[in-house]
Design a protein around this ligand. Sequence first.
Ligand SMILES: [Zn+2]
Length: 156
Amino acid sequence: MNHEKYLKQTIQLAVENARNDGGPFGALVVDKQGIVVGTGQNKVTSSNDPTAHAEIQAIREACNKLETFQLSDCILYTSCEPCPMCLGAIYWARVEKVYYAADQKLAAAGGFDDQFIYEEINKTYEQRKIPFYTIDLSEKNAPFEEWLKQDNKVEY
Ligand SMILES: [Zn+2]
């Protein structure tokens, strides 16, 4: 597997996207045979979707194409070290491994600093910029009770 080749392609996608009014990020999902099964470019502003990061786009396309919700045999290549949201998506998609080009510091220098989100994770709910509230409803466990009752559930 030529990791450098795929990583360079993500940079091309990112440069091309930046040139066309998109965010400067690109990503690819590549399967075991070396076939590109998912391509992603940052479409946050063009699609009014704050979750449309390149990695998420590539994961969605790959899952759609392979008709699966797990990319266990795939590698994710991305032009930049994934943000905390994409990090979560990468774990949920269970890709085999990740290769990235630019790191968090370069992203921050380019105007994309996600350090504050990492810092938020370690704060108590009271200290966070976006407050979280829980209300103690008696039926709060109903979704899990229903889930556990199902005989033909697809576990993930
Ligand atoms: Zn991201």
